[in-house]
Design a protein around this ligand. Structure first.
Ligand SMILES: Cc1ncc(COP(=O)(O)O)c(C=O)c1O
Length: 396
């Protein structure tokens, strides 16, 4: 039922005010200075467990220098859309770097990961086509489906029988595309790519994988989900962001060169929206180089994830099926989730609650992000805080 806009605005206003009065408003906190394993918020040092800076590249000296040099050379913006006057040498170099990193023929970049998913789905799929998505796929994938006009169906999370049921009834569609997150952003578990790829081949569908949370995280050298499973050619369209492990801004699609050329001439965000600032492109290139040259960061991240997750599990917390740097701490009730969040925030952990409707009902949780740059002491300190808070609330 339609509700007057003013009423919706008032309702939100009252909700926010109430949360602020109860000291349970955990949003829009401003961080003083660069985001690292420790951050300063309202003059107080806190342990950061909410950032996507998985490998700690934000303050890397080589990357900062690459950004400064790019500003000196290219200035601050590209002043054009990519198709017309907004392509520079550094954009081309970034796309070549991404293609090489992903083992693809070519790549195209957009101004955000969100826009990249809209661009891919709305350009490659339309009426008469079928897009099949996992129930927990990112919002930008769902929005891309809506924009495309294609039919879209979702299967139960990582449930291959459910996926096959949809595929086995998909004969009437002209083109089929399965789209999954490599690492699910709320649950931290990994998509079953070997089986998805097998089913896609059986039913003549293409596969697109969103690697927002898997680049730099999955695989021995951080190359992502195919490296993780030891697969080759399981993915037709590699999608990723330049805003998480790669601390810049933007998103990419990598794949067959003709497909990328098609996207460069047909995707509306490439034609009607400004290109990435050259400094963002230079930053991203330097990040890919550091991921290649400093594999110890990935090893450290995986070690930290194990320490944190094992610690939480041994206390009795449920971290769902997470095996990655995203570690959900399942609570259930909204009230308990907010209380836990408040208690650990008071003790100096910066972490955010994830509440229904962003996730299914009764699975309210805190979502922790483990970083390569956390020290073992940082993790022990956080575990100690979680143990005391969970004990007081009777959650563990
Ligand atoms: C799985 C996934 N895809 C896409 C995006 C959008 O990326 P960006 O923030 O670069 O727009 C996100 C952002 O959180 C994400 O988690």
């Amino acid at each position: 039922m339609a509700v007057l806009l003013e009423d919706r605005i008032n309702e939100l206003q009252q909700r926010v005010e109430k949360m602020k009065e109860e000291k349970r408003y955990f949003y829009l906190k401003s961080i003083e200075g660069a985001s690292g394993p420790r951050v300063t918020i309202d003059g107080r040092e806190m342990l950061m467990f909410a950032s996507y800076n998985y490998l700690g590249l934000i303050t890397h000296p080589k990357i900062k220098k690459a950004a400064i040099d790019a500003i000196e050379k290219y200035g601050t913006g590209a002043a054009g859309v990519r198709l017309l006057a907004g392509t520079t040498k550094i954009h081309e170099k970034l796309e070549a770097t991404i293609a090489e990193f992903k083992g693809a023929e070519d790549a195209v970049t957009y101004s955000s990961g969100y826009v990249t998913n809209l661009a891919a789905i709305s350009t490659l799929c339309g009426r008469g086509d079928l897009v099949i998505i996992d129930k927990l796929d990112h919002a930008s994938i769902i929005d891309g489906c809506l924009l495309s006009g294609a039919t879209h169906r979702s299967y139960l999370h990582n449930n291959m029988e459910s996926l096959e049921r949809i595929l086995s009834n998909s004969g009437r569609y002209i083109n089929k595309l399965i789209i999954v997150d490599a690492v699910y952003s709320m649950d931290g578990d990994v998509s079953n790519l070997p089986e998805i790829s097998r089913l896609a081949k059986k039913y003549n569908s293409k596969v697109m994988v969103d690697e927002a949370h898997s680049i730099g995280v999955l695989g021995k050298t951080g190359h992502g989900i195919e490296e993780h499973f030891g697969l080759k050619d399981a993915v037709d369209i590699h999608m990723g962001t330049l805003s998480k492990t790669i601390p810049s801004i933007g998103g990419y699609l990598a794949g067959d060169k003709d497909l990328i050329n098609f996207l460069k001439h047909h995707s509306r965000p490439f034609i009607f929206s400004a290109s990435l600032p050259p400094v963002a492109a230079a930053t991203a290139i330097a990040c890919f180089e550091v991921i290649e040259s400093e594999p110890e960061r990935i090893i450290n991240l995986q070690k930290n994830v194990k320490q944190f997750k094992d610690g939480l599990n041994s206390m009795g917390y449920n971290t769902m099926n997470s095996t990655t740097s995203i570690v959900p701490i399942l609570v259930g009730e909204e009230e308990d989730t907010l209380k836990l969040c408040q208690m650990v925030n008071d003790e100096g952990i910066f972490i955010c609650p994830i509440l229904f409707p962003a996730i299914p009902k009764d699975t309210n949780r805190l979502r922790a992000h483990v970083l390569a740059t956390h020290t073992s002491e940082d993790i022990d300190k956080a575990l100690d805080i979680f143990e005391r808070a969970g004990g007081k609330l009777g959650l563990i």
